[in-house]
Design a protein around this ligand. Structure first.
Ligand code: 3PG
Ligand code: MG
Length: 418
């Protein structure tokens, strides 16, 4: 990697300001906020253990949720400090602010290998505004800067970019953490020169969200498999009826161009050949506005590429599952981003689960390298208990997508070169 990593610096006795992504899902249980998925916390442990071993004074900064400059108690990082202490088996100090005298005092008192977790940086609007005065305040406790928050590298905020710039200006080092290094290796280097066949499986709701990724991967992939609601915008572009499926009429031309580019580049571009369709039904449940919640029910397999007027396409059908699984079984490199259907509803989860299984099988049986681009695909794999059967699962959602698009991520750009 062209960027400095924590392995390259000697932090002994120095105050290291480490940005981590502890934006974890929290749920209230008996009046307490409970962490429902601690993956992002666990993934920072190698970096933290290395810094402890080096004898750094570790100051951890993170955001949680989008409190928009308010002290929103449900978005406090305090529960994360408690869990981190359990996972590391050592004391983790917590301070209920991220700037100010209290923070400076506690950071100054840390012994080598000591840890202080700061409160949610987004309790200040200045964080997202990347306010230079606020960044100076954060940087008061930073001799070195480490970024292990891959999931937040697409944000040019004070803690992801501003502090790094200040530390660099003072002649201090800004290094990538070990998680950041792994993310860049798998989503970057490994996909740059993939073992072939390189198969990309893309799903999700919108073509417009994925078009830049599709465009870039058409330069590299041997096969692209399309699923999710996005498939129906392609159908629309091909002149089929899409019923009540989620489609983006404005993205029709984009879909048509992607099909043309695939042909010109000789990339096999597969769209679903059958679907599972469902009909919207009003339930007894009420939404926040007091309106009945609409749920999709009555799943039916349909081989007709024209969707019935009263139904929506909600999952890939069994013939598509078979075709996609056969392609994945021959792959040597796989990138999967986005579910194949409305997998949160178990009536429409079969396609996503089958792709998860096919990706896991290709990895375990054929030695394929499988890289999962974060977000919903990771959720689906974990739900199917296949998370440990793939090569790499990104901790980023938006960040992985932007990285795969080839965008320069501000949080990465701010790090020192080797
Ligand atoms: C994420 O969960 O995607 C990252 O932590 C970034 O959060 P954000 O989308 O609120 O900036
Ligand atoms: Mg996000």
């Amino acid at each position: 990697m062209a960027k400095l990593t924590v392995r390259d610096i000697n932090t002994h006795g120095k105050r290291v300001f480490a940005r981590v992504d502890y934006n974890v899902p929290l749920e209230e249980k008996d009046g307490q906020m409970v962490i429902t998925d601690e993956t992002r916390i666990k993934e920072t442990l190698p970096t933290l253990r290395l810094l402890i071993e080096q004898g750094a004074k570790i100051i951890l900064a993170a955001h949680c949720g989008r409190p928009k400059g308010k002290r929103e108690p449900s978005m406090s990082l305090r529960p994360v400090a408690a869990r981190l202490a359990e996972l590391l088996g050592c004391k983790v100090n917590f301070v209920d602010d991220c700037i100010g005298e209290k923070v400076e005092k506690l950071a100054g008192e840390l012994p080598p290998g000591g840890i202080l977790l700061l409160e949610n940086v987004r309790y200040y609007n200045e964080e997202e505004a990347n306010d230079p005065v606020f960044a100076e305040k954060l940087a008061k406790v930073a001799d070195f800067y480490v970024n292990d928050a891959f999931g937040a590298t697409h944000r040019a905020h004070a803690s992801t970019q501003g502090v790094a710039r200040i530390v660099a200006k003072r002649g201090g080092k800004c290094a990538a953490g070990l998680l950041m290094e792994r993310e860049l290796k798998f989503l970057g280097d490994e996909l740059d020169k993939p073992a072939r066949p390189f198969v990309v499986s893309l799903g999700g709701a919108k073509v417009s969200d994925k078009i830049k990724v599709i465009d870039r991967l058409l330069e590299k992939a041997d096969t692209i498999l399309i699923g999710g609601a996005m498939a129906y915008t392609f159908r629309l572009a091909q002149g089929y009826k899409t019923g009540k499926s989620l489609v983006e009429p404005d993205a029709k031309d984009t879909a048509t161009s992607a099909l043309a580019k695939a042909k010109a580049k000789n990339v096999q571009f597969l769209l679903p050949i059958d679907d599972v369709v469902g009909t919207p039904v009003k339930t007894d449940k009420l939404d926040k506005k007091g309106k009945p919640v609409i749920e999709f029910q009555n799943p039916k397999t349909s081989g007709d590429l024209n969707c019935p007027d009263d139904a929506a396409g909600l999952d890939i059908g069994p013939a598509t599952v078979k075709a996609y699984s056969e392609v994945l079984a021959k792959a040597k490199t796989i990138l999967w981003n986005g579910p194949m259907g409305l997998f949160e509803n178990k009536l429409f989860a079969a396609g996503t689960n089958a792709v998860a299984q096919a990706v896991a099988d290709a990895t375990q049986k054929n030695g394929a390298k499988s890289i999962i681009g974060g977000g919903d695909s990771v959720k689906a794999l974990n739900k199917a208990k296949l998370g440990d059967k793939v090569t790499f699962m990104s901790t980023g959602g938006g960040a992985s997508l932007e990285f795969l698009e080839g965008a320069v991520l501000p949080g990465v750009a701010a790090l020192s070169d080797k």
